[in-house]
Design a protein around this ligand. Structure first.
Ligand SMILES: [Zn+2]
Length: 690
């Protein structure tokens, strides 16, 4: 819904994304969960020693796991990340079940998360209500007779979470990151990305036909005659194609310079000749801000043209679709929910079965009320000592980066000073927010699924808009505490590691530094390196989009990163679909730099404690276990359908390449395993930036 936010997550954040380090004894007392499978960060039992580590290190490290973990029918991918997500969801379910029985002793937050979970699980009530709760919204759309009335209608639809035409929300100012302004971006598409509407290969044409069939089915389920549904589905594809043609593609969206167009409402309003922007702005209630950013000016022009080219009747058909699509999922009757799954999960990503209801409901509450649920989760599953050890790792990796910058032979002393300024300003956020979100303004009514979803969206929308004109709150989180992921925020210059991720098999207070630095340390390094990747390096220490590089250093950086672009361009992800070196550049630089920094930090620690580097544990030396722990975080089964979708949309490379392609660039890795110069795990043309 909102304009692109400059966040660099560790993984693509599937909508449903999202063990404890307590000693087992105290865990048994405080945790009502069934004994969890013991996850290990370095796990010798999943190595396949019959595979030569110098031939394919990913398979060497993961084959045992891959053999024992076939892809479940309901998943389009399944990895060690999923194992932890599933465990976390089980923990969240226990919390939600405890608070879902009506009880006057519940706290206001417990009432909200408990009642919303009970609502989501009550499929009989959802079925009985059908589409009736959406009737007022359909009536509003039906009342649009004159295109001049669109601004008022659209302001309302945006507030309840309908992604139609364009997006508007709050965002830090690119040139003054301390200030929040309002920002206009592209939006209004039902397919994953611009190119899905414009590509002319056979597969893409087929997917568009399948999309039109999906839209038609949903219209028909909503009560339209087959003839009308067919006609309306064609209108939707035409409208969305017009909008897509005006949108930036996934590669362009990674370039902040292409997204920074300061303007003001009057100037934008003059360009929108077919849409009264002032009426829209007044209806949203967004506080007036002098500066407004237009992330994609070409898109607003396309939107303006689309309004002129389409009749009120056609606009109504498009809006009905956007409304139905916005609420598709657990709040809707089974037939809609299933059709939504069929297109988005099965056709686009290859899943064969829908996930269990409780899992989807748990994720739904995490999405709507993540900090209310997360507060309970953190109290049970994240200890102060976990937080402390993570912080110590982050500081050690920052110290390694400082040394690394000093040692760079391609960067001038002047740019090094600025790079270190930025490094010293990075803020580490670990586990959960210092100040929890206040949900008191949000009303959750038992057995009103669509109403709750709508109110939760309004709450989030207004919370976002209320920030306009105020200073940025750097204490806020963009991921919920139980999430299995991490991110760097370029405009706040901070790294964020949710508690849900600081768990085995990614981090374990009971395992040694070789394991934890190889795995979680590489992630800490990854997020830190995002501040210095092709995108992040354009922001300064305070998060302003401001060039701090000398021309010569910039050129040398580009030469080095082009090496990485070429390396990944050459990788064929599925037959006939190559990775895009440019789309994945930032993540690949972060993977490579992050692992290198964590290696340096770990070596320093190992030498400070005089670690015996020849002593074997489980058959491997400490340095070998460092690299294996790195690789084992990526063990993942993936469907070819999803690999195809991700190669076209995801700035992250697939797991096998996040392992092998990264390690192929590091001589230190090949030395640990005494690989021969002709080994496949040695890149012919090694790349190195950081
Ligand atoms: Zn990343």
């Amino acid at each position: 819904m909102f304009p692109p936010v400059r966040l660099c997550a560790l993984f693509a954040a599937p909508a449903l994304l999202l063990a404890s380090m307590l000693p087992e004894a105290s865990r048994a007392q405080s945790d009502p969960s069934p004994p969890a499978k013991e996850f290990r960060v370095f796990d010798p039992t999943i190595i396949d020693a019959s595979i030569d580590p110098c031939d394919n290190f990913y398979q060497f490290s993961c084959q045992g796991w891959l053999k024992n973990n076939p892809l479940p029918a309901e998943k389009s991918n399944y990895g060690r990340v999923t194992e932890l997500e599933e465990l976390n969801r089980l923990h969240l379910k226990q919390i939600l079940e405890e608070v879902s029985a009506p009880n006057s002793a519940r706290t206001p937050n417990e009432q909200k998360i408990g009642d919303e979970y009970a609502t989501c699980m009550n499929t009989a009530a959802i079925e009985a209500q059908g589409l009736a709760p959406l009737k007022p919204e359909f009536d509003r759309i039906a009342a649009l007779k004159n295109k001049n009335d669109l601004p008022l209608l659209l302001a309302h639809l945006h507030s309840i979470g309908v992604n139609a035409f364009f997006s508007m929300g709050s965002a830090p100012d690119y040139v003054d990151a301390a200030a929040v302004i309002s920002s206009y971006g592209s939006g209004g598409l039902g397919l994953p990305e611009r190119a899905y509407y414009t590509r002319t290969d056979e597969k893409s044409i087929e997917q568009r036909q399948q999309y039109v069939a999906h839209v038609k089915t949903v219209f028909h389920l909503a009560g339209e005659t087959p003839k009308q549904a067919t006609k309306d589905a064609e209108i939707v594809l035409r409208m969305e194609t017009l909008l897509a043609e005006g949108s930036l593609d996934a590669i362009e969206l990674r370039d902040p310079q292409k997204l920074n167009h300061p303007s003001d409402i009057a100037a934008i309003g003059k360009q929108l000749t077919n849409f009264r922007l002032a009426t829209y702005v007044a209806a949203t209630g967004v506080p007036p801000s002098v500066r407004v950013n237009v992330a994609e000016p070409r898109f607003l022009a396309a939107f303006n043209a689309a309004i002129a080219e389409n009749s009120a009747e056609q606009i109504r058909a498009y809006l009905r679709w956007r409304l139905l699509d916005a609420f598709a999922g657990t709040s809707m009757p089974h037939s809609f929910d299933e059709e939504n799954w069929n297109f988005n999960s099965h056709i686009l990503n290859g899943a064969e079965k829908q996930e269990d209801r409780w899992k989807r409901c748990t994720s739904h509450i995490d999405n709507e009320l993540g900090e209310a649920l997360g507060q309970v989760y953190v109290a049970r599953y994240f200890s102060a000592s976990d937080k402390q050890r993570t912080l110590e790792m982050a500081l050690a990796i920052e110290a390694a980066m400082e040394k690394d910058i000093d040692a760079l032979d391609w960067m001038s002393p002047a740019t090094k000073v600025r790079a270190k300024e930025k490094l010293h300003a990075v803020m580490n956020k670990v586990g959960y927010p210092d100040r929890w979100r206040d949900y008191s303004a949000l009303q959750i009514v038992r057995d009103d699924a669509i109403g709750n979803q709508s109110r939760a969206n309004v709450f989030e929308y207004q919370r976002g808009l209320a920030k306009v004109g105020k200073p940025v709150d750097k204490g806020e989180w963009s991921m919920t505490p139980p999430t299995v992921n991490a991110y760097y925020d370029g405009q706040q210059n901070n790294v964020n590691f949710p508690a849900g991720y600081l768990q085995p098999p990614f981090f374990n207070g009971k395992e040694d530094d070789a394991a934890n630095y190889g795995n979680m340390g590489s992630t800490i390094g990854h997020e830190l390196t995002h501040g210095f990747d092709d995108e992040g390096r354009q922001f300064d220490a305070t998060g302003n989009l401001k060039d701090w590089w000398t021309k010569d250093d910039e050129l040398k950086f580009s030469e080095r990163s082009n090496c990485v672009v070429k390396e990944y361009d050459a990788i064929e992800s599925v037959p006939d679909v190559h990775l895009s070196g440019k789309l994945t550049l930032g993540e690949n630089l972060a993977d490579l730099g992050g692992l290198w920094l964590s290696w340096l930090a770990w070596l320093d620690k190992a030498s400070a404690v005089h670690l015996n580097m020849a002593a074997k544990t489980d058959g491997y030396t400490p340095d070998q276990r460092f690299w294996i722990a790195y690789a084992q975080q990526w063990c993942t089964q993936e469907r070819p359908e999803e690999l195809r979708t991700l190669a076209q949309t995801d700035p992250h490379s697939p797991s096998e390449h996040r392992t092998n392609a990264v390690l192929q660039n590091l001589p230190e890795f090949t030395k640990s395993f005494s690989c021969k110069p002709s080994s496949k795990m040695i890149s012919a043309n090694r790349c190195r930036v950081w």
